[in-house]
Design a protein around this ligand. Structure first.
Ligand SMILES: [Zn+2]
Length: 370
């Protein structure tokens, strides 16, 4: 499924040391197995939730005040189905590209929610380890589980923040490929019976992070979210600051929803902001068409946005510039670099700069000719 070079595996192993070194390393699904079996439980980590009749007791005794999925979100989630895929038997060597992309996306789409002071700037994925209290692998060992850290509030889950992330994940579970998440003592699965959410009784209350598991298809970026579908970006209903900023000077932008890779004539056409800085129009290659593309500087990673092609960090030297530049990957969203016109699909190596990103290549869209 994934072929890693030895160097990549080695780099991933180094990363995993950092990830597992965190004292708050996440609990995961199978911690439920170690919970008191007389209470609400999951019979095993792949068979879905036990639909026993003890949940009411548990909700009152142990789960009072746990996160409640809002009715409209719950209803949306009930109509989705993403089969649960367990961890298997072997560590996969590093984070999957889908988990990395989704983690970066969440961090850029929820800048007021993610606790970026935690290792991994608030996003932790790969850890080659067993589940706590168990002898089978955690889904973190497959690189398909993401912990999204949320600052606590008085030691408790900050529902004003974490709920936004969790709600958005449920609302978009099918198009992203979310098979399960845990937040604030509630576990939600995109398969099995309804309601999809239940009390989570693992030893970690998940008050400081949302544990998110994605499907193997999502890990391989083969779901609509990663291929430029037009689903709702967060902010449509939940309100995180993700809307394009108003242009700072006069003139009508080509595209008010501009993002990395979109065509531009001036910086005014790239009125968006990311963790990595403000969008700008790259014209240094002096295109005869007068059209450049929106970009931000990068080292290793680039931000992604729902509905847009996944991005990739390439060396600016390919275009006569210094450092790294974010560009679009060839994807359905840009008709494999044929829309807008003037671009060509080119195989490019990742610009790593000072980051710990693994080396990689991708097919990206670069301006054709001069
Ligand atoms: Zn986790």
């Amino acid at each position: 499924m994934r072929s890693n070079t030895l160097a990549q595996l080695f780099a991933a192993a180094l990363l995993s040391v950092a990830a597992t070194g965190c004292a708050d390393a996440p609990a995961d699904l199978s911690e439920i197995e170690s919970a008191d079996p007389s209470a609400d439980s999951v019979s095993d980590d792949e068979s879905g939730l036990d639909e026993g009749d003890s949940s009411e007791f548990v909700d009152k005794a142990s789960c009072g005040g746990r996160w409640q999925v809002p009715g409209d979100v719950s209803d949306a989630g009930d109509g989705m189905s993403v089969p649960y895929q367990g961890a298997g038997r072997r560590c996969q060597g590093g984070p999957t590209s889908g988990a990395e992309a989704l983690g970066r996306y969440i961090r850029s789409a929820f800048p007021g929610e993610v606790n970026t002071s935690v290792d991994g700037r608030g996003i932790q994925i790969y850890a080659c380890r067993n589940i706590r209290g168990g002898n089978s692998l955690s889904v973190h060992a497959t690189g398909r589980a993401i912990d999204v850290f949320i600052p606590t509030r008085g030691g408790a889950a900050d529902n004003g923040k974490g709920d936004r992330v969790a709600n958005w994940l449920i609302e978009n579970a099918d198009r992203i490929g979310i098979q399960m998440l845990i937040w604030d003592r509630t576990i939600w699965k995109a398969s099995g019976g309804t309601p999809r959410d239940r009390c989570y009784q693992g030893s970690h209350p998940h008050n400081d992070h949302v544990h998110v598991e994605i499907s193997e298809d999502a890990a391989d970026m083969n779901t609509p979210f990663f291929n430029g579908d037009s689903g709702a970006a967060p902010g449509a209903s939940d309100g995180p600051a993700d809307s394009p900023q108003a242009p700072g000077d006069s003139g009508s932008p080509l595209n008010r929803n501009a993002w990395v890779g979109d065509a531009c004539r001036s910086n005014n056409d790239c009125a968006f902001s990311t963790d990595a800085g403000e969008g700008r129009c790259f014209l240094d290659h002096e295109p005869s068409s007068g059209l450049g593309f929106c970009t931000v500087s990068c080292a290793g990673y680039c931000p992604d946005r729902s509905g847009k092609a996944v991005t990739f960090c390439v060396g600016g030297s390919m275009l006569g510039a210094n450092g790294g530049l974010c560009v679009s990957k060839a994807a359905g969203a840009n008709d494999y670099c044929s829309s807008p016109g003037g671009f060509t699909a080119v195989e490019a190596e990742r610009y790593i700069g000072g980051s710990s990103a693994r080396s990689a290549t991708a097919e990206v869209c670069l301006p054709s000719g001069g």
